[in-house]
Design a protein around this ligand. Structure first.
Ligand code: NDP
Length: 265
């Protein structure tokens, strides 16, 4: 069998761990695949670029997840519902689209016991898909964002929403940083006076950012709370994508064994 080609599309894309994760799993499991990276400037050219490069599958990162959604011939039910695709697989010349970020996040937080109420700080694309999957899984999700426009969609879908100005603080089982605050700067996702009491009352704090300790997680640790960064979400979304790429030939734990080595390098 000739080697199947995969890639991550994004802009920027040089920082991505996905090539390492997938190549370790291909090699470890003896699958004839090779995974690279492609900086795509114009998201509208995603489909033609996919075919021009002769790819079998891709992952898609910022800022092209909506373009990826529009590029597909067939969407799975969840991707259709949330309007964002981060995994595409070609089968019989047609592009099938999936969202594996949200199930990856769901699995990552499932290690915390007795969690029912979750506060999201942030209302972007990642918050959107993960809020929907958490709601379907029985969690109560509240969305707190610094500005109003992105909250409208959440409110229409029945989520409790607030901005910093009209938020009434209460105790949440889990507080999650869903913003990019702390990714390339040292900012908190909300004013410290607002965040500190929320962290004080919660059971644990999660950040979707990985590869660094954000000011949010630093503060949570200072206040003695269990924390988790975005590494497990990244790992799990990758394994679920790998399952799509390889047509479920391997079980989750097998792929995890090899993929998680990417985080040790
Ligand atoms: P979006 O650009 O769609 O949304 C960004 C959100 O963050 C908005 O709600 C925005 O508020 C808010 N925000 C940005 N900067 C600040 C700030 N300084 N203070 C307060 N709020 C801020 O981003 P995504 O949803 O695509 O990504 C969010 C994060 O998730 C990123 O850090 C990304 O790296 C991470 N991520 C991690 C993954 C993983 O596997 N671990 C997978 C995917 C994403 P406003 O609406 O007011 O602009």
């Amino acid at each position: 069998m000739s080697r199947e080609l995969f890639a991550i599309f994004g802009n920027p894309v040089s920082h991505s761990k996905s090539p390492l994760m997938h190549n370790l799993a291909f090699k470890g499991l003896g699958y004839s695949g090779c995974y690279g990276r492609y900086r795509l400037e114009d998201g509208a050219r995603l489909r033609e670029t996919f075919f021009a490069l002769g790819l079998k599958g891709i992952n898609i990162t910022v800022p092209h997840k909506e373009h990826a959604y529009n590029a597909c011939d067939v969407l799975d039910d969840f991707a259709k519902k949330v309007g964002a695709v981060n995994t595409i697989v070609k089968r019989d010349g047609r592009l099938y689209g999936y969202n594996t970020d949200a199930p990856g996040f769901l699995k990552a937080i499932s290690e915390f016991d007795n969690v029912k109420t979750v506060l999201f700080l942030g209302a972007g694309g990642t918050a959107q898909s993960t809020a929907v999957i958490l709601k379907e899984a029985g969690y109560q999700v509240t969305i707190l964002n610094r500005s109003t426009p992105r909250l409208e969609k959440f409110a229409k879908e029945g989520f409790e929403t607030a901005t910093f100005d009209n938020f009434t603080p209460k105790a949440y089982d889990l507080v999650v940083n869903m913003t990019s605050a702390g990714l390339e700067d040292e900012s908190l996702p909300a004013p410290k006076t607002l965040i500190e009491p929320l962290i004080g009352q919660t059971k644990a704090c999660v950040d979707v950012i990985y590869g660094k300790e954000t000011p949010f997680l630093k503060l949570a640790k200072t206040l003695g709370k269990p924390t988790k960064d975005g590494s497990d979400m990244l790992l799990y979304q990758g394994i679920i994508a790998f399952e799509h790429f390889t047509s479920y030939q391997y079980d989750f734990e097998e792929a995890k064994y090899y993929m998680q080595k990417a985080f040790e390098l």
